[in-house]
Design a protein around this ligand. Sequence first.
Ligand SMILES: O=C(O)CCC(=O)C(=O)O
Length: 304
Amino acid sequence: MTHPLRPITDNERTAFHRDGAVVLKDVLAQEWLTVVAEGLEEAHTAPDGMSSELPGRLRIDQFPAYKSAGLGRMVSASPIAAIVGSMLGKPIRFYMDQMFYKPAGFIPPTDWHQDTCYYNIEGNDVIRAWVSPDPVPRDISIEVVRGSHLWNITYGTVAGHDPSADPHGAAQAQARFAEQKPILGRDAFENWSYMDGFFDSSLPLPPDINGNRDSFDILGWDYTPGDVLLFHGNILHGAAGGATSPTPRRAHATLWAGPDVRYIHRRGQVLPDPIKLYDHEPMTGQSLSEFEDVFPLAWAPQQN
Ligand SMILES: O=C(O)CCC(=O)C(=O)O
């Protein structure tokens, strides 16, 4: 693991915990931007099927670090772990990663959503690190609702379909849920689309933020390569879009978990679990630290 170009400041830490997100300017060296750019291109040549029903040429792939050695190094050897860990001030483990690849031309928005219900984990110590090798101006960049990580609410997923559209499939999924099994098995890695899941209709949908922008405290940034955008696992976020970009807008987003994070079976699971976790048949409530071989410690504060 390497260090960021500069230490994280107390002001940045305060901003993150208060607002639920912060952009850390100029913390990644050029060598890592090259690694992430090459890694995203490599992952882009090997679609995982998850994006197959998404509109246009947008790709949102899961676990790209499984496919690209470069993205694997972003997880294991770049300064990201130290940046996230020092933001939290606690030991952290890597949970999973995603690729957001929007080719040059019309850049679609990413709908407002909360990541919480997309993963079979829950806790307060969850941080997302979002990195792009491309300049990402404010009009196609990530936006968050400031402070929404503290609302103590879980919104439903905006992907997937209504259980009433396929009662038989939905009943099978619910049977797996009742048996404390992940709804998605290992085969989802090869044969699954983002849109195939059944959303959990007991959860509220995110509010209509774009329709009521003045009612929300929206934060956004001009992102420059070398920056790392951190946001809390429970924050409402999306990405502005609708503008045209002469270059692709590519991003690698990694998800990190601190000590209070536990596994949870979710009724509306839409993403498979990290593949090695299937060997453990995890139960709701187990700490990620119980799966040391899957989630080894990535960073810990120095003991004095
Ligand atoms: O890059 C994007 O458009 C969306 C990113 C996102 O939603 C995420 O990293 O959770």
